[in-house]
Write a protein that binds this ligand. Structure first.
Ligand code: UT7
Length: 327
């Protein structure tokens, strides 16, 4: 067995500004009751003007590096999962590299929507398995509030901003990442998309009038695909790791909807305390949702040495992924 890759530090950061369901009631035709029962979200954090994706990513990274006791100068690679970069060029990863002073690190963004962190973690895992001395900073960071149509009540109550990070290096024992599983189905991309602001369409009045700069989602269809894909990748990852469901200590799934999480918990037969939930505080932060949850679970002492942990995600593309970790 080759040396496993291990997470040696986690960090997260969300903007200070909080937007509650009550605040949303004043902006659009919605209610705290609808949002709470349909999604589980009570409040979310929103970046202020001038506060960018890279700012959130940098702060989350500093916290992860501090926990890992790793100096930025020791980093070999920075990978950022995001769908809302500060700009198309340079990558968020390069902005993080500059701000941290990570002089010898390579830097790249990974475009895998809500699975961005797990895709990035899987890439880090492969690098570290080949070169166990490598230190890789893996980040999921989003400012979705700037790609949200604040007049569209079907999406603006869901998406929010935040960042999470993890430092990965070769394990000195048997703990670490056990298996990684990446999937995609591009045939249904139109169910969840931001059409505009790439190179397919000119950025003109027509695009802005159509609202193509914003997230479009067929929520009910996405919901159906999400529950199926998440359940299937959960079993796939457990089987590959040789774990029975009742051996699992913690499931950390993408925080998209409390009903998806509860459905999953029932299908997998897990008790409540084994499914980490923080969607009520942060909403859906896409690629940031799993690393924020991982950091919170870690700092709350919910992840003990030797624990069997399953991370699963689903998002636009579609993409979905699973990672098992022996903590
Ligand atoms: O992160 C990537 C993965 N994303 C997901 O996994 C999201 C998956 N989808 C979902 O979480 C859910 O589909 C939503 C939370 C987006 C929507 O919940 P739903 O139970 O599927 O509601 P719906 O879209 O079927 O809409 C039900 C009703 C509609 O009214 P009518 O047509 O029944 O009269 C909507 O117009 O709720 C209405 N509605 C709202 N009402 C108050 C939709 N949004 C709102 C709102 N406030 N914010």
């Amino acid at each position: 067995m080759s040396t496993r890759a291990k997470i040696i530090g986690t960090g997260s950061f969300v903007p200070e500004k909080v937007l509650t369901n009550k605040d949303l009631e004043k902006i659009i035709d919605t209610s705290d009751e609808w949002i709470t029962t349909r999604t589980g979200i009570k409040e979310r954090h929103i970046a202020q003007e001038g506060e960018n994706n890279s700012d959130l990513a940098i702060e989350a990274s500093r916290r992860a590096l501090e926990m890992a006791n790793v100096d930025a100068g020791e980093l070999d690679l920075i990978i950022v999962g995001t769908l809302t970069p500060d700009m198309p060029m340079p990558s968020v990863a390069c902005l993080v590299q500059r701000a941290l002073g990570a002089k010898k690190a390579g830097a790249m963004d990974v475009s895998a929507t809500c699975s961005g962190f797990l895709y990035s973690l899987s890439i880090a895992d492969k690098f570290v398995r080949c070169s166990p001395n490598m230190k890789v900073l893996v980040i999921g960071s989003e400012v979705l509030s700037r790609r949200t149509n604040w007049q569209d009540r079907t999406t603006c109550v869901l998406f929010a901003d935040g960042a999470g990070a993890a430092v990965v290096t070769g394990s000195d024992d048997d703990s670490g990442i056990v298996s990684t599983h990446l999937h995609a189905d591009g045939s249904v991309w139109e169910l969840l998309t931001i059409r505009g602001l790439g190179t397919a369409y000119p950025v003109d009045e027509n695009l802005l009038k159509k609202g193509w700069q914003y997230i479009e989602m067929k929520g009910r269809d996405v919901f159906k695909h999400a529950v199926k894909a998440l359940e299937s990748v959960a079993f796939e990852a457990l089987n590959a790791s040789g774990w029975d469901m009742d051996e699992l200590d913690m499931l950390i799934a993408h925080q998209a909807n409390i009903r998806i999480l509860e459905h999953l918990r029932e299908r997998l037969g897990l008790p409540k305390d084994k499914v980490f939930i923080n969607i009520h505080k942060y909403g859906n932060t896409s690629a940031a949702s799993i690393p924020i949850a991982l950091d919170e679970a870690n700092r709350q002492g919910k992840l003990k040495k030797g624990d069997k942990i399953l991370l699963i995600s689903f998002g636009g593309g579609f993409t979905w992924a699973g990672v098992t970790i022996e903590w």
